[in-house]
Ligand binder design. Structure first.
Ligand code: PLP
Length: 408
């Protein structure tokens, strides 16, 4: 894999910011989009645009084929057993909310437990808080090690026969740690619980096999993996999805509608009320083709090497604190530079053309656990190079100088 060649397929990267060539290090927030994805969506709007599952006309059936074809691509990408186990959603947040509002509320009672971790993004935390409040279930947390990792003995001690639902992120969007979700799934199942995996930060960066993980639900967002915003997926085991009630009602999801009662379509359409995100799904299908052509193992290898390089270069800057483990991490690096507020760090970096994220990263409980109010985060993708890391390092040294810290 040649990142320098690949980045030519991302037109947005070829620009100057504040007089410097752009270094985009915010792909964990959203990735950039390559030409094949942009072209697939343009071609759809120029040639095939119509509503799906409705018209008998040619454009309608072309649009339906393209939309359902994208679902087949997602199913193959995740190695789902059945295509109808893939529900298109707006993203990870909507997918998790669907499971929390439908599955969790129907199975949880007072005395039951929902188990999560302090690592979770608000999207994989608040829906469970709400489900616990609505059902009387207790929300429990698997404790973290000082480097933000999870020990299986703590998982064993937290999940009990009263646990109905476990929800855990595969990769932390702050600590970068890759969690042992396959082992956590086995412990959940041994106790009779179901597990949802938040795949927002794993799906773009590594090979995912939902059958191998044996997770019951898996959620991800297209926009973090070269696809447009507004499209994502929920994978669910067929036998569980079949037992779940929809949470959005209206057109497209019904079978028979009476004046006082209605019935629902079969899977997956019963969970896709209203006109679906057709162009988004087509863009996601094109993004999957693009990523598969490069190879998920190659992408993972490239980012792993880049993250290791960045970890070492940034750790060498005097006064810079890096969070998360040195090993077993994905391609992002979260840090603070002395007591300079991360918003100030990100502002100086932006003046140097380097785009990083600063803030609580939608992880307020984790920020309190880290005893910080915020952090800065640089996140890498297939188009980033060691040169980008060098630019980041040089800009951070300049930031120290700017704030009067001297050069470390
Ligand atoms: N979970 C994790 C770990 C994330 O990093 C994000 C987004 O940053 C989400 C969930 C939410 O994703 P979205 O906003 O696309 O629904």
């Amino acid at each position: 894999m040649n990142a320098s060649e690949l980045r030519k397929l991302f037109p947005i990267l070829d620009q100057e910011i504040n007089g410097h060539p752009l270094v985009y290090l915010d792909s964990a927030a959203t990735s950039q989009k390559p030409i094949p994805v942009l072209e697939a969506m343009k071609a759809y709007y120029e040639h095939d645009n119509a509503n799906v599952h409705r018209g008998v006309h040619t454009l309608g059936s072309r649009a339906t084929d393209a939309y359902e074809g994208a679902r087949e691509k997602v199913a193959a990408f995740l190695n789902a057993r059945h295509t109808e186990e893939i529900i298109f959603t707006r993203g990870t947040t909507t997918a998790i909310n669907l499971v929390a509002a439908s599955y969790a509320r129907s199975v949880c009672r007072e005395g039951d437990e929902i188990v999560i971790t302090p690592l979770e993004h608000h999207s994989n935390l608040i829906p469970w808080q709400q489900a616990a409040k609505a059902t009387g279930a207790t929300l429990k947390y698997i404790p973290l090690q000082p480097d933000g990792t999870i020990r299986l003995e703590d998982v064993e001690a937290t999940i009990t026969p009263n646990t109905k639902m476990v929800a855990v992120t595969y990769v932390s969007n702050v600590m970068a740690a890759i969690n042992p979700v396959k082992e956590i799934a086995a412990i959940a199942h041994k106790n009779g619980a179901k597990i949802l995996v938040d795949g927002a930060q794993s799906t773009p960066h590594m090979k995912v096999d939902v059958q191998e993980l044996d997770c019951d639900f898996y959620a991800f967002s297209g926009h973090k993996m070269c696809a447009p915003t507004g499209i994502g997926c929920l994978y669910g085991k067929k036998e569980l999805l079949e037992r779940m009630e929809p949470v959005e009602f209206g057109g497209e999801m019904i079978d028979h509608v009476g004046l006082y009662d209605s019935t629902w379509k079969e899977l997956p359409w019963r969970f896709e009320g209203g006109t679906p995100i057709i162009a988004g799904a087509i863009g996601l299908g094109a993004a999957i083709d693009f990523l598969k052509d490069i190879g998920m193992d190659e992408i993972e290898r490239h980012e792993h090497a880049l993250a290791g390089y960045a970890y070492d270069r940034l750790s060498a800057i005097d006064g810079l604190a890096v969070y998360g483990p040195r090993e077993g991490r994905s391609g992002l690096i979260t840090f603070n530079l002395g007591d300079i507020h991360p918003h100030d760090v990100a502002t100086v970096l932006d003046a140097e053309g380097v785009a990083v994220r600063a803030g609580h990263h939608c992880c307020q409980p984790l920020m309190r656990w880290l005893e910080v109010t915020a952090t800065a985060r640089a996140s890498f993708y297939l188009y980033n190079t060691e040169e980008d890391v060098d630019r980041l390092t040089a800009a951070l040294v300049k930031t120290k100088e700017y704030f009067g810290y001297g050069i470390g």
